[in-house]
Design a protein around this ligand. Structure first.
Ligand SMILES: [Fe+2]
Length: 232
């Protein structure tokens, strides 16, 4: 159609489309926009890939996948309370959804054992953060997902594992993940332990505030439950 045959409405519509293209070009020229766009695409691809991994894990140990889901939900809520950036929270959500993936190397009879674990079995379980790091260390993502995961059983006073890191040697995201990990594990039953309930779990993190767990993370967690947080 020649320009002179177009209606005013058609011409205005074409003009608006050209403006949108121009805006996109401006955005593309902005390095910060390009960085964020790359991050969004990486995050989406990574999430889709890990959702596949989680689905496989779900066939083997469904209660573990539920644990990871609930821990991620609370960890991200705490991170929001503490004012972490959107990128840090996305990194934490990825770490949370697969933080126990290293348990795929632990025999099912140990994972499902209802009596207490002996020293050898415990050391197999305690190898899971390093196993997860081995699986995830080469991920191409802007956030330190494998590092967060390998540190999620470290404790503020250096009594955790696998490296015995202390205080701020432990990534903030790992200090966050540690708290919902413990709260969820205590609040829900495990094969070798009955459900102790949410109040006992919150008491435990209060008593160990500033000793095992980051005090700001504990306060944020308690505040969320005070305001009616639910694991769902
Ligand atoms: Fe763990």
């Amino acid at each position: 159609m020649k320009d002179e045959e177009k209606t005013r409405a058609q011409l205005l519509e074409e003009l608006a489309a050209l403006r949108r293209e121009l805006d996109d070009l401006h955005a593309f020229a902005d390095p910060e926009w390009r960085r964020q766009e790359k991050w969004r695409q990486n995050f989406k691809q990574l999430r889709e890939m890990l959702e596949g991994v989680v689905a496989v894990l779900d066939c083997r140990v469904p209660d573990l996948v539920e644990h990871q889901r609930r821990v991620t939900h609370l960890a991200c809520a705490i991170a929001q309370e503490l004012g972490l950036s959107a990128e840090q929270i996305e990194g934490l959500s990825i770490a949370g959804m697969v933080h126990d993936i290293g348990k795929v190397f632990v025999p099912l009879e140990i994972l499902h054992k209802s009596s207490s674990l002996d020293a050898a079995e415990m050391s197999l379980i305690q190898a899971h953060p390093r196993a997860a790091h081995y699986i995830l260390k080469d991920l191409d993502f802007s956030q330190p997902v494998a590092e967060i995961i390998v540190q999620h059983h470290e404790r503020l006073d250096g009594s955790g594992y696998p490296a015995g890191l202390a205080g701020e040697e432990i990534l903030l995201e790992a200090r966050i993940l540690a708290v919902p990990d413990v709260v969820e594990a205590m609040a829900y039953s495990r094969p070798h332990r009955v459900n102790l309930g949410i109040n006992t779990a919150l008491q435990e993190i209060s008593q160990s505030r500033g000793i095992l767990y980051d005090p700001q993370v504990v306060d944020a967690c308690l505040g969320l439950f005070d305001r009616g947080f639910d694991f769902l």
